[in-house]
Ligand binder design. Structure first.
Ligand SMILES: Nc1ncnc2c1ncn2[C@@H]1O[C@H](COP(=O)(O)OP(=O)(O)OP(=O)(O)O)[C@@H](O)[C@H]1O
Length: 278
């Protein structure tokens, strides 16, 4: 496996009976990145993350991790032992992991005001999520894999958890891969993107590179874009046309050109993916 990678997937696929949940998925994730796995419902996000965590056997292909790589996985339903207290969960984490950072795990519980001695079954959904994060952080992973990590949290807790996770990445050099379908939450958070639709990888790469490759052209209504390039999305309203193109070419008035936002790019790619699949 190439140095500097946190993860490489090659031809990865998973079939449930006759249906492929994920097919021919190949990508590399550089170490130290905050990567977002974005996709529609049923796109195959959980399937992919579970295979990366080693909890699900691929039908095809493989996941490669560095020899010293340690993966922590926080599943979407964040399973905990209901009768265990958060402190019990940390004790269990310390027993089950070769490396364990009790200070970081306790800090996480304290930071989010989780009562350390109350059974997990009597904690709120958001507090239970924080216990799962504390256990994952305590295990000192080189790759932290989070499936819809923010779904149980209120807007303030979402912001705080994202900030704390980014601090962990900066402090420890770990890589983070998190799934979401809330594209608006990614801006300023993710620096790497994996986009899935209908079991296929539509796009992957550094966010800055992907944004640099795409432009939005707006001008008078026209069936064709004003410059050459792959049309990711075209829309026409009134007397005006807008094209999101893969390519960056100067354009003459009355056309204007501007960079695409991450949200525009993701939504355009997902709509195009669905059109192709239909
Ligand atoms: N155990 C299973 N048996 C059969 N089919 C499954 C199983 N798990 C998932 N699938 C199917 O595989 C596809 C991908 O599911 P997956 O849960 O990976 O998607 P997802 O992107 O995580 O979806 P969501 O955003 O709704 O959580 C779906 O069509 C789903 O119905």
């Amino acid at each position: 496996m190439t140095d500097g990678l946190a993860l490489a997937a090659r031809g990865l696929g998973k079939r449930y009976r006759s249906t492929w949940a994920l097919r021919d998925c190949s990508f590399e994730l550089p170490a130290g990145r905050v990567a977002a796995l974005v996709g529609t419902n049923g796109a195959g996000k959980t399937t992919l993350l579970t295979m990366i965590a080693g909890l699900l056997q691929p039908t095809d292909g493989e996941v490669r991790l560095p020899a010293t790589g340690r993966v922590a996985f926080v599943a979407q339903d964040k399973p905990l032992y209901r009768n265990f207290t958060p402190l019990d969960m940390l004790r269990l984490g310390a027993k089950l992991n070769r490396e364990w950072d009790q200070v970081r795990a306790l800090d996480w519980l304290a930071r989010f005001d989780v009562p350390p001695g109350r059974p997990c079954g009597r904690l709120s959904g958001g507090q239970q999520a924080q216990v799962a994060f504390a256990v994952a952080i305590g295990s000192r992973p080189s790759l932290l894999v989070l499936d819809e990590p923010l779904s149980d949290l209120d807007p303030l807790a979402r912001r705080d958890v994202v900030n704390e996770l980014l601090t962990e990445v900066a402090d420890t050099g770990m890589t983070m891969l998190m799934s979401t379908h809330v594209v608006a939450e990614l801006s300023g958070v993710a620096d790497h993107l994996l986009l899935l639709a209908d079991g296929a990888l539509l796009m992957s790469g550094d966010v800055d590179d992907l944004l640099a490759e795409h432009r939005v052209y707006t001008g008078p209504r026209s069936l064709q874009p004003p410059v050459p390039g792959e049309v990711v999305q075209a829309s026409h309203a009134g007397g005006q046309s807008t094209f999101l193109l893969c390519g960056d070419v100067a354009v003459d008035e009355p056309w204007t050109v501007r960079p695409a936002t991450l949200e525009e790019l993701v939504l355009a790619k997902l709509s195009a993916g669905w059109t192709v699949a239909a």
